[in-house]
Ligand binder design. Structure first.
Ligand code: GLN
Length: 569
């Protein structure tokens, strides 16, 4: 029988509940247990796919094509749990299922109510991640205790223990214990109140994890234990981490969270083996070198919008034993003042995925700069489409080449809508989503990275490389190095002869782990290091590293930027 852990959050949102849940999953796996993970999101959208990045941050994509909460990314980076369609339920998804059943007549004339119908649907969703192959299922309940919209989930979690037995279900509550700098005091009241709120619903936490800036004294632990009705040894602290989020599991293991869970759920398992994780952390803490890359994008002020990309870059740093610094370059600023002023000390350019016209020309400028100056370029989804548009305009000379997403009547629609997409009228879950196989051409940068001709990667987009132009691209040094065989769609585009210029129509950032960095991110950072390393073959100044093969040059870049009134030197 699968045991179940529910993780709740109190006082404020953004406490790092997803990271804590993932860390708990990791700890259990390190003891040889098989883990499943899931997130409940109390908002009414059916999935986050239609929400903008300001609302939701990154939209994560699973293998089977669910557009999901970004916490699932943490689960995949920390654990080997199978993440799929059942790993994320929202209130919209739960209610849709209930309403569908009601319309079918499944409720046999009953009045359909929050309790028991909605709560039953929630419990069914929780049960879907249990199986004979899973020892412990972890369900993180999004939102904060006390929110009206979280109530049905907490009620379902309470009922779950009643249904399954106390020995099979436990609750872990993550809360904020604020430190008041002015009075040098740690305050326990908000946590007391959030636990009181939980207990009012009937959920009695077994473990209290306190997010705190400063260490908790014995007195504070005793006080929290007394007021929250949690044994003192089960009051843990989770301090802000110094170096890396990957320290969190070790911090929790130091306080014996693993033992608490094993005892509480009566699990048979070995002691945790944290050796490999500790080695990985050592590499993060002691990099040999550092490298700076520019991300030319739109949502750079939001830490969450490109979450998996930042993580994947950190993983590539681990693989290359270097620290990766990110310079955030707003694409619209590039449009206004050119790129050059942002490029000091930068060894590579990354253009992430995105939607909508804002900032597009700035990104095209960045792709051109990288191509003409031998600066490593990595384009992700939209970033690949940008590379294609830039190449079409400036190498093939196709004036006005564009994506029909931004210019429906472009004279050269080098990126265009797929036939199936032309008939789509609804927005939700209608993109090309999830994992598709890709055949990688030998002798390319992509093949050098993957060391395989058959790979599969996750997608989330509507527009594609227009095959009408493929021969023209390939005739002038463009390389379609990855193709989805069944649909004959170009998945990877490279520029021949360039140190490292790769655009991918998919999202490799969803498949990178700290212990298994994604090969494309690894090689991108590897190439950036070569460029920035004065001892390597690459010239040390960006301006000198012109690759003349493509017929364009730094000179043309300067011409283009002239008129901004800026010195490009
Ligand atoms: N907007 C582009 C498309 O729909 C790219 C999407 C993305 O970058 N995820 O094809």
């Amino acid at each position: 029988m699968t045991k179940h852990i529910y993780i709740t959050g109190g006082v404020v949102s953004s406490l790092g509940k997803g990271l804590t849940s993932a860390s708990i999953g990791f700890l259990l796996e390190s003891m040889g247990l098989r883990v499943a993970m899931q997130k409940f999101d109390p908002y009414i959208n059916v999935d986050p796919g239609t929400m903008n990045p300001y609302q939701h941050g990154e939209v994560y994509v699973t293998e089977d094509g669910l557009e999901a909460d970004l916490d699932l990314g943490h689960y995949e980076r920390f654990t080997h749990a199978l993440i799929n369609l059942h790993s994320n339920y929202t209130t919209g998804k739960i209610y849709s299922a209930v309403i569908e059943k009601e319309r079918r007549g499944d409720y046999l004339g009953q009045t359909v109510q929050v309790i028991p119908h909605i709560t039953n649907e929630i419990k069914e969703a929780a049960r879907r991640i249990e199986s004979p192959d899973i020892d412990v299922a972890i369900t993180e309940i999004g939102g904060t205790v006390g929110d009206i919209e979280s109530l049905p989930y907490l009620e379902a979690a309470r009922q779950y223990q009643l249904d399954q037995g106390r020995e099979n279900v436990m609750y872990i509550h993550l809360s904020l214990v604020p430190y008041l700098r002015a009075s040098h005091e740690i305050k326990t009241k908000p946590t007391q109140q959030s636990v009181a709120k939980l207990r009012e619903i009937g959920v009695i936490p077994d473990v209290l994890i306190c997010r705190t800036e400063v260490p908790l004294s014995e007195d504070i632990r005793a006080k929290l234990s007394l007021f929250c009705n949690v044994p003192k040894e089960a009051v843990l602290e989770e301090k802000d981490v110094d170096f890396s989020i990957y320290e969190i599991p070790l911090m929790l293991a130091d306080q014996k969270l693993d033992e608490l869970i094993v005892r509480r759920l009566n699990l048979a398992c070995k002691r945790p083996d944290l050796t490999r994780w500790k080695q990985m952390l050592e590499q993060i803490k002691h990099p040999d070198r550092e490298v700076t890359i520019a991300i030319v994008g739109k949502y750079l002020e939001l830490q969450d919008a490109y979450k998996s990309i930042y993580e994947s870059l950190a993983h590539a740093g681990i693989a290359n034993r270097c620290r990766v610094n990110v310079k955030k370059v707003p694409a619209e600023d590039v449009e206004k003042v050119g790129l050059q002023r942002f490029m000091a000390g930068v060894s590579g350019v990354l253009v992430p995925g995105g939607f909508g016209k804002r900032g597009i020309e700035g990104k095209v400028r960045a792709a051109q700069f990288a191509r003409e100056n031998g600066v490593p370029y990595f384009g992700l989804c939209l970033g690949m489409q940008i590379a294609v548009i830039e190449f079409a305009r400036n190498v093939l000379g196709l004036q006005g080449a564009h994506s029909t997403e931004f210019e429906p009547d472009a004279p050269h629609p080098v990126i265009t809508l797929m036939e199936e997409q032309k008939r789509v009228t609804r927005l939700g879950a209608t993109m090309r989503l999830g994992s598709y196989p890709c055949r990688v051409k030998t002798g390319t940068r992509a093949h050098r990275a993957y060391k395989s001709e058959a790979v599969s990667e996750r997608h989330r987009h509507r527009f594609e490389f227009n095959n009408v132009y493929r021969a023209q691209f390939e005739g002038r040094g463009g390389v379609c190095s990855g193709v989805w065989p069944e649909g004959d769609l170009v998945e990877i585009f490279e520029v021949a002869g360039h140190p490292w210029y790769v655009g991918v129509q998919f999202h490799p950032e969803f498949k990178s782990k700290p212990t298994a960095p994604h090969p494309l991110f690894r090689d991108f950072i590897g190439a950036c290091l070569e460029v920035s390393n004065p001892k390597s073959a690459a010239p040390d100044s960006v301006e000198e590293s012109v690759r003349p093969f493509i017929g364009s040059s730094v000179h043309s870049f300067r011409k283009q930027d002239a008129g901004t009134g800026l010195s490009n030197g």
